[in-house]
Design a protein around this ligand. Sequence first.
Ligand code: HEM
Length: 167
Amino acid sequence: MVTTLQVIAAFHVFFGVLWVGASLYIDVAWYRPWKNTRLVGELKLWQRILHPTGPFLGITSLLVLITGLIYMFTKYGTDFGVIWAGQSGRLVIISLILVVAAIIFAVTVTNRLSLRLIRMDLPEDPGTPIPSEAKGLMDGVSRASAVGTAIIVIVLILMVLAATGGV
Ligand code: HEM
């Protein structure tokens, strides 16, 4: 018989690996060629392709956080002192803090840079080289995204350590 905890764990791990996997794929497979575009026409095409990225990662991150909190409270109870007292629980709380930091960073830095780029008044002629200000924002978005991805990869490692009894 499948238990409630197993169902919660399955949803949590599904959203967790989706968030980490999608973030890594976007950084490696999309942001790299995106960052190397030279012409306004190419950039506008990329903007249309990348447009769903922010909402997709945003919703996935919230689903990881919500399923993670349900998992933590179901498995350990609601007393943070008790949770912190055990090695696995401590790793879970550290992961919670890192994930909240990663979400705040995504909203206040990565998304804000992306929005500035999307709202920028780019030249009409698609054959025009991308203005340096836009190039600067593209570098900023891809670097900020890489910082966020690094944080959640560390969390994934901490989670596996937590699930296997701690260090
Ligand atoms: C990038 C974000 C995260 C990823 C990729 C992730 C992934 C995972 C994975 C793969 C496991 C092991 C599943 C198992 O064997 O039971 C796990 C366990 C767990 N996760 Fe997460 N998680 C993330 C964030 C969070 C957050 C924010 C919380 C909220 C408090 C959380 C709470 C838990 C709990 C309570 C466990 C069980 C640990 C144990 O067995 O003691 N996770 N997570």
